[in-house]
Design a protein. Structure first.
Length: 290
């Protein structure tokens, strides 16, 4: 991790905004996921010369923040989570705007014990927003000296808050996709019926265990093949006609059903539905259509 280090005694208003922006960009450009958040807070604290910096995820049901990365006094703070009631962070979350207390923050929040223990003098925080404006979390810094009102620093803070929000949105989207995939996988794995997933060219993209038993073919052998190879000539034509019809049908019209009488092409000697195939068996024994 390479940054342009600034002297912690240097006042923020004396920092060159372009140099600050460049240094933080260099320190975070190659990182993604949780590594990005760690690089971001460490570079924020280092380049701005603040004693602490952190990025959090917000849980509205409990009104709590959980740190994705927290850098304080040159070391990581692990597993940090806090109720936002009565804190400067609450102002950030509730107003959904940048909040800056340039000096004497403890006079505004005299009951905030964590700020007192940290010896905080100033605080600056900004919300991380979803695309619809919902609050995902926040990014903040604290210092034991004043953080002056400086529009350039505010602008830099907003830039990296937007980048952090985008990364958090990406991680949440990935988690949702994984959760859906796991749910679909459980449903497919337990289904008694053969279920086959196809792409827009009717190539097989996924099958469940019941499909492997019906077609006497391992899933890895089926994936990537044209589904019509596993059907009789007549059923393959019916499927092709159905796809053509669906492509030309107005969107508000109900689609036709899949041919109900379709039967899989399996080895001629096999009963239907067949017994589960042995590990040595494969779909090469089936009379596949060329």
């Amino acid at each position: 991790m390479s940054t342009e280090h600034t002297d912690a005694t240097q006042p923020l208003h004396a920092l060159e905004a372009d140099a600050v922006l460049r240094a933080i960009l260099q320190g975070t450009a190659t990182e993604t996921g949780h590594d990005f958040f760690a690089a971001l807070v460490r570079n924020l604290a280092d380049v701005l010369g603040t004693h602490g910096a952190w990025v959090t995820e917000y849980f509205p049901e409990s009104r709590r923040l959980r740190a994705l990365a927290f850098w304080m006094d040159g070391q990581w703070v692990k597993d940090y989570e806090v109720d936002i009631a009565g804190t400067p962070c609450e102002r950030v979350i509730d107003t959904a705007t940048l909040v800056h207390f340039p000096d004497r923050v403890l006079e505004i929040y005299p009951q905030e014990e964590e700020l007192r223990q940290a010896g905080a003098v100033s605080y600056m925080g900004v919300p991380l927003k979803d695309q619809d404006g919902g609050i995902l979390g926040h990014m903040a810094v604290i210092d034991r000296r004043p953080i002056p009102e400086e529009p350039r620093i505010h602008a830099i803070f907003q830039i990296f808050a937007a980048r952090a929000a985008a990364e958090l949105r990406r991680l949440r989207a990935e988690a949702e996709v994984r959760e859906r995939e796991e749910t679909v996988g459980r449903l497919l794995g337990s289904a008694m019926d053969a279920i086959i997933e196809l792409d827009d060219q009717l190539r097989i993209t996924r099958v469940n265990p019941a499909t492997e038993r019906v077609f006497r073919c391992g899933g890895s052998r089926m994936v990537g093949q044209d589904f019509r190879r596993f059907m009789s000539d007549e059923d393959a034509r019916r499927v092709t006609d159905l796809i053509t019809e669906l492509d030309t049908r107005p969107k508000d019209n109900a689609p036709s059903g899949f041919p109900a009488a379709s039967r899989p092409v399996v080895p001629k000697a096999a009963p239907f539905p067949p017994k589960p195939p042995s590990p040595a068996s494969s779909c090469t024994a089936a009379p596949l259509r060329p």
